[in-house]
Design a protein around this ligand. Structure first.
Ligand SMILES: [Zn+2]
Length: 333
């Protein structure tokens, strides 16, 4: 390819790198302190809609894994304890513990013998229950009894949301998601139970989390490492210190009893700054974890706080887009 052709083909990502004025410094930094890039997946499935861009189709997931297998050094959190990180090193993680990780992602990881870590929200295991955001989606998008608007009582206050067309319905969904995010988990569960009952809605089995026997099979494969992710997936910062300890410790103990092994990695639910703070971080340290991960977008370096390891969220990218995105992460310290 000519130089002109090369520049033309790569212009979008070259431009986005240079927009980040720190890129040259980041690259120099990477020479003497080799980074690890931690990737964050949630779901691998075929979904009707993906309102938070957290799903990757099985076909695209296989494309990603093939690229990672052929061009990257895929390591695990265990390898971080050693001091010989080779570049480019990547850790693959999944949050939440959806059944589709077992159904679609695990066979692909096995096929290519690529290791990954899955953070499990223990409260859903063996219950068939859905996460609250999936239930909210069902209320708004899978609800045949929904007319022009929906009236909902939130904390003794009546709110009316316009759902008369797709755009308004989507806007109402995000507004409600934001309102429910800050509620206490018990309050939120009760509210969703009420809505499900009044609209005659049913659990969507496609949204369930993994069962105990599926978790045991993943663990016994020796390819998948499991980490804790609380019992109910609360925004930890929004609940009391005692409740935070209970949520984190119980999810750790659940997995330890199930798998008869130490669970020493943790993922903060939601993982952004509204969902955890230094109090949470200290609890995680005190409970004997070695690492915990957030959803902040950055590389992992030797001086990164092990209790706030950043990750790069992965979307349903095609092969070319995944290659492009993986080039970009090497410029973002
Ligand atoms: Zn999560």
């Amino acid at each position: 390819m000519s130089l002109k052709g090369y520049i033309k083909e790569n212009l979008p990502w070259i431009r986005s790198i240079y927009r980040k004025r720190l890129a040259p410094i980041n690259l120099i930094h990477n020479i003497y302190d080799k980074p690890v890039v931690v990737l964050l997946y949630h779901r691998v499935n075929h979904l009707n809609r993906d309102l938070f861009n957290i799903n990757v189709t099985p076909d695209n997931f296989e494309r990603h894994i093939r690229i990672l297998k052929n061009h990257y050094n895929v390591i695990t959190f265990n390898d971080l304890k050693r001091n010989d990180i080779k570049e480019p090193s990547v850790i693959i993680t999944f949050d939440d513990g959806y059944y589709d990780n077992y159904k679609y992602a695990f066979p692909i990881l096995k096929k290519y013998q690529v290791p990954a870590t899955i953070f499990i929200t223990s409260g859903g295991v063996d219950t068939g229950k859905e996460f609250w955001w999936d239930r909210l989606e069902t209320v708004l998008f899978e609800n045949k009894n929904l007319r022009e608007s929906i009236e909902l009582d939130i904390l003794n206050q009546r709110h009316i949301f316009d759902v008369s067309d797709d755009k308004k319905r989507l806007h109402s969904f995000y507004t409600l998601h934001h309102m429910l995010f800050s509620l206490h988990p018990n309050e939120r569960d009760m509210m969703l139970d009420r809505w499900y009952e009044s609209y005659g809605l049913k659990v969507n089995p496609n949204n369930r989390t993994m069962t105990s026997s599926e978790l045991i099979e993943l663990y016994q494969s020796q390819l998948i490492r499991l980490g804790a992710h609380t019992i109910h997936h609360p925004a930890l910062k929004q609940i009391s210190r005692e409740e935070q300890i209970h949520e984190i410790q119980s999810s750790k103990l659940f997995l330890e009893n199930l798998l008869h092994t130490d669970i020493d990695i943790f993922a903060y639910p939601f993982g952004h700054k509204e969902s955890f703070d230094q109090v949470t971080e200290q609890i995680v340290r005190d409970l004997g974890f070695t690492y915990s991960v957030s959803t902040k977008r950055a590389q992992l370096h030797s001086n990164t706080n092990p209790f706030s390891i950043p990750r790069f969220g992965i979307e349903d990218w095609s092969e070319d887009e995944f290659i492009r995105q993986m080039k970009l992460v090497w410029f973002e310290n």
